[in-house]
Design a protein around this ligand. Sequence first.
Ligand code: TPP
Length: 571
Amino acid sequence: MKTTLLLSGDEALARGAYEAGLKAAAAYPGTPSTEILEYLAKFPEVDAKWSVNEKTAYEVALGASVAGVRSMYSSKHVGLNVAMDPLMTSAYTGINGGFVVVVADDPQMASSQNEQDNRLIAKFAKLPMLEPASPKEAYEMARIAFEVSEKFDTPVIIRITTRVAHTKENVEIGERNEIADKPFTPNAPKYVMVPGYAYKKHIALEAKLLEMAKYSDETPLNSAEINDKSLGIIADGVSYLYAKEAFPDASFLKIGFTYPFCDEKIKNFAKEVKDLYVIEESEPFIEEHVRQLGIPVKAKDVSYRIGELNSTLVKEIIENKKKIEKPFTARKPVLCPGCSHRAVFYALKNLKLTVSGDIGCYTLGALKPLETLHTTVCMGASVTMFESMSKILGRGKVVGIIGDSTFVHSGVEGLIDAAYNGAKGLVIILDNSNTAMTGSQPNPATGVNAKGKKTKRLILEDICKAAGADIVETINAFADNLQDKIKELTDKDALSVLIVKYPCRLIYKIKDPVPKFNSSKCVTCGACLQIDCPAIYKNKEGKITLDEHLCTGCNLCVKTCKFGALAKKDN
Ligand SMILES: Cc1ncc(C[n+]2csc(CCOP(=O)(O)OP(=O)(O)O)c2C)c(N)n1
């Protein structure tokens, strides 16, 4: 009997890989790719690991492939930037067991710092790329990707986008197919990329690309549907579904094997139709190639390179319109009630410090009314940018701030660099004992692995000392002397690290007695609103209100109230 499961694109892809005999998987969390490894971690047959960062994950997964098993890497789009070094050269070495690289792009930036289009990386790295349009296709393409990987001796990229990753669909699943391990045979010309060997591998790679281009023309993953010939649309991934919804009667060239391009299919399709469009999210990746083939194709206005598409926008593109930017109306994201990061930002705001920030829940410290985080570029950049900013803006003025997972990801190198180059000042590590931003994955500082098993715990104090920090101290986020301690260490003629510890209240379900609110003492000065806690707000009558259900009893608001309207409840 067939089994059908309601699966997200991430889960369906993971399920497909599992059934294809996947034995090893490594990833670093990042929306919208996180659920892939979380799903794989449930299978005893799969050695699924959270790595400390994407470069590590890529190499761990590549190593498993070289050792002879089917293996998979997954990350969000910017994660692939961190893994670029091994990615580029693994195109030369090729693989042993099938190796699939899943990258989840985030057009519209539902949860990202940029909208980069990783289809361009396939061309840059000379790697094949598959693009499912739906969870069902993600499930099927996982198996095909392993077959392509082994057929052409190459890593294969599967690119999904947020819509595909997080949409759910009923998927008919099958049984796991055990694949025999391949023997590992030492082969320096294949696996040791010194110039002499790499040169030959590059020649071979160019030949392989031509072979893969032929495959791209043969595979049913790229297929033409000829209907009304007055309008022809070439579309890849989920864009195909938007275009199909907008123009159900048009002719389509549906692209599922995006790179190398299927030139013959494109040329034949172009001959069939009158007006030819490419509907694709983000960059004009396919459009530029079609033009290079000498085929006239209607260009989408540059305004449609920004954000996601949908069927309405597809209609606008075909009507040759410019996109009208709508005001960003999403609900303002806010730190959870009782989040320990808020206590640190409250102290930093009072001290009027410049804060070199990073990526995690604490990035929300940049938003009104806290407004106490002044830079965020990429993971790890807080410590390195602190190093130079503190030197130029002056000691005692700048602090770096970074979460535990991000520190382990790429902050620790910055700390070594800061110590090595004589930086002075304070780096704060916000240790909430998990990777909260992406839905609470464990990391080395948590001491739990992807399978939920206890493992060696990284002691942050020890690694900071080993990196060269002069002073390393630990403090509770809600300690009364937090602000004084930050001031003291910021002003010191030393490189200090302050590890601010408090477990994530949401994940560890911590609720303490809520404060007492005495409305008769409240003068509605609004000081308590400045900490931006969702549990305190002004009601419709303009009166301060404490929502006791939302409040988790951190009592930070008590510190803000000079009139005694908010007071700590005696236990
Ligand atoms: C290169 C890269 N990989 C992954 C992500 C996704 N991501 C954003 S913040 C973050 C980690 C947050 O954890 P932590 O630093 O511990 O802070 P917390 O959210 O727990 O406060 C991750 C994995 C990213 N933005 N960039």
